[in-house]
Design a protein around this ligand. Structure first.
Ligand SMILES: Nc1ncnc2c1ncn2[C@@H]1O[C@H](COP(=O)(O)OP(=O)(O)O)[C@@H](O)[C@H]1O
Ligand SMILES: [Mg+2]
Length: 366
């Protein structure tokens, strides 16, 4: 996978800009707040990741503009060129095209140009709410096999309906309400059992890799531990839902299911959320992202583009060098606000961002 060029219209802080990317390592440099992350975010969006910093689509449209356009050309391999065009509009649905052909959903881009993004907000994977880790797992499933992405949207749809019905029932399921609740429970059980199984399998497969990456980045300081924690026991979800029905009716909420599960992360045997230092949490988050990236490479036989937002500035020199060493091969695009790049980073290309535009300034060392 390779991103060749990116052109933006009214995206974030950019009125209009266009840049070409080198095949190897590109460093995007410039002062804080000048649009480095915005540029990387646009590449991530074209790769189907949405905003890797979790922004809504509306926030991506330049303030005051009615719509934004991202046009990104790339190579899937030596032969297959791709052109991805996305139009984000405030007043109508987004339009997405691949090689001039409209595609229905943004998620479909995951199979077209694949990227792995590392961002400062990944810290939340280690220290944030369970929802952040559930999202990580479900995004990982979608990245590993794009059709699995549908499991999560199906789960969300069913939960909205079921919860609406529970509110409507006002604590008592009788007559039609009971019948309809049975129907939603059956749907929830089917999707929920499958989603938990896929998450558990994927996590089991990635666990040794997460530990290996963590060990490498932390230079062997402590062991990472990873465990799936489910909101129901080893029974089927259908049984668990039946057992929880009275409680669900009382609380007008769905108290068991994959939407209540979590991944317990530990460092040196202690919960990472409450006990790990910021540097440890950051290293763990990197290990989680790297493991998914490795899984995508193994299972799909492709090389995702690596997008690294401000990752090195947060690590000490030892960990920064270790991370760079552990990065898998392929195209890498990183941003940094530090005026001097760490000595271990030798980019093939520098892009300077200032005053609302991006310029390729140099291939250093030439
Ligand atoms: N929708 C938007 N419209 C206009 N400006 C925006 C929008 N979103 C972000 N910005 C501006 O972009 C800048 C931040 O860009 P960013 O890429 O995050 O900076 P950095 O170079 O530090 O990574 C801020 O000045 C912010 O005001
Ligand atoms: Mg930034």
């Amino acid at each position: 996978m390779r991103v060749c060029s990116l052109s933006l219209l009214d995206f974030r802080s950019y009125t209009e800009t266009e840049v070409d990317f080198a095949a190897g390592l590109t460093a995007i440099v410039g002062p804080n707040g000048h649009g480095k992350t915005n540029l990387l975010e646009a590449v991530g969006f074209a790769a189907g990741l949405g905003s890797f910093r979790g922004a809504t689509d509306a926030a991506l449209i330049r303030d005051g503009a009615p719509s934004a356009v991202i046009r990104c050309s790339g190579l899937q391999d030596a032969e297959r060129a791709i052109l991805i065009e996305v139009e984000l509009a405030r007043a109508r649905p987004n339009r997405v095209k691949v090689n001039q052909q409209p595609v229905a959903r943004r998620r479909d881009l995951l199979g077209v140009l694949t990227a792995t993004a590392f961002s400062p907000s990944d810290l939340e994977l280690a220290k944030g709410e369970p929802a952040v880790r559930r999202r990580w797992m479900d995004d990982a499933l979608a990245a590993v096999r794009p059709s699995w992405g549908a499991l999560r949207s199906e789960l969300d749809r069913i939960l909205r309906q079921r919860n609406a019905l529970l509110r409507q029932a006002r604590g008592r399921a009788v007559g039609d309400v009971a019948v309809t609740l049975d129907v939603w429970d059956a749907k929830l059980a089917a999707v929920g059992d499958e989603l938990r199984m896929r998450r558990r399998d994927l996590l089991a497969e990635m666990e040794p890799e997460i530990r290996r990456h963590y060990n490498h980045i932390s230079e062997g300081q402590d062991e990472a531990g990873i465990m799936y924690v489910s909101s129901w026991d080893d029974r089927s979800l259908a049984d668990a839902l039946a057992a929880a029905r009275a409680e669900d009716l009382r609380r007008s909420a769905s108290t068991v299911g994959p939407h209540r599960d979590d991944v317990l992360l530990q460092i040196g045997g202690l919960p990472a959320r409450s006990h790990a230092s910021q540097g440890e949490q950051r290293s763990l988050a990197l290990a989680l992202r790297l493991a998914v990236d490795g899984e995508v490479r193994d299972r799909r036989g492709i090389e995702p583009v690596l997008l690294l937002d401000d990752v090195f500035s947060e690590l000490d020199a030892g960990r920064a060098a270790a991370l760079l060493e552990t990065l898998p091969p392929g195209q890498r695009i990183l941003t940094t606000a530090s005026p001097v790049l760490p000595a271990s980073i030798r980019p093939d290309q520098l892009i300077r961002v200032a005053d609302g535009t991006a310029h390729v300034i140099a291939r250093p060392d030439t």
